[in-house]
Ligand binder design. Structure first.
Ligand code: NAP
Length: 250
């Protein structure tokens, strides 16, 4: 069977991989969940929307004759990553995850680590503060349990309705710089940054900005995902493909 890749996307790293795969002339499909209005264009064919759980993904892999899945989703997309492990195991399709190391606190960082989103909500109990809530649109509702704070949200699309009335909203998809995030934290007089431990460079600037300003960070640890082979760079993924006998065409 000729090789055909499925790239599970939605991250900067997934887009970087798609560029390399296109340069190598490999047949590939790029998959978005469909969470944002205008996803970035890709140099390979794109499909959008859920597959329908493990069974739906397994059906898709068979129907599209996918030989290799590269899970380049965000480290907090635990459901998709778990489904990929299970569907690939069920169909015998090869799987690798393109991951990035989590961030770790260094000198000058004031982090409180919490294990998950619920713990982050609980940790915000206390007097009103100005909080930069950088957790993404899907998780905002949980923070309505701490309505005393003045929240700043940064979102890719303007929301139709917000579960946090009174929150300030900045619409911006980045990329962001440390300098501009220092300006954002200063302008909004931010006293807490709440962040997922995404790792990588795409979402890092707010953490560096918080360090420089001495602003404390509530850092949410990553969810658990079943063990799978992992690569840290697109080049390593291409190496894995070549190793498994795929002709990269360059
Ligand atoms: P999730 O909770 O793990 O996934 C929920 C469901 O969304 C999955 O079961 C799947 O539906 C569908 N899905 C997720 N990623 C998909 C993809 N790449 N292609 C097709 N369907 C997908 O995921 P999430 O945290 O909502 O993240 C959704 C997307 O946003 C991912 O592509 C992720 O890379 C990106 N993203 C997430 C975060 C974050 O913090 N979570 C941050 C930046 C970008 P079915 O079960 O129906 O297949």
């Amino acid at each position: 069977m000729p090789a055909k890749l499925l790239i599970l996307g939605g991250t900067t790293e997934a887009s970087a991989l798609a560029r390399k795969v296109a340069e190598a002339g490999m047949p590939a499909v790029f998959s978005y969940a469909g969470r944002v209005d205008r996803p970035r264009e890709q140099p390979v064919p794109v499909r959008v929307g859920g597959f329908g759980g493990v069974a739906g993904l397994a059906r898709y892999l068979r129907a599209q004759a996918i030989s290799h899945v590269i899970d380049a989703t965000h480290p907090f997309a635990a459901q998709m990553s778990t489904n990929a492990v299970m569907a690939c195991a069920a169909t015998g399709v090869s799987l690798i995850a393109l991951t990035r190391a989590p961030w770790s606190a260094g000198p000058g960082d004031h982090w409180t680590r919490v294990p998950d989103m619920d713990a982050a909500v609980a940790a915000l109990a206390g007097p009103p503060r100005r909080v930069f809530l950088a957790v993404g649109r899907m998780h905002l509702a949980a923070f309505a349990a701490q309505p005393q704070h003045r929240y700043l949200l940064r979102l890719v699309d303007r929301p139709v309705a917000l579960p946090l009335p009174g929150a300030s909203v900045v619409i911006d998809r980045g990329p962001f710089s440390v300098e501009s995030d220092i300006e954002v934290l200063r302008h909004h007089q931010i006293e807490w940054v709440v962040s997922k431990n995404a790792g990588g460079t795409g979402a890092r600037s707010k953490i560096d900005a918080a360090r420089q300003l001495g602003v404390p960070v509530l850092m949410i640890d990553r969810p658990a995902i079943p063990a799978r082979p992992e690569a840290q760079t697109p080049a390593q993924v291409l190496g894995w493909l070549a190793h498994s006998g795929v002709n990269l065409g360059v």
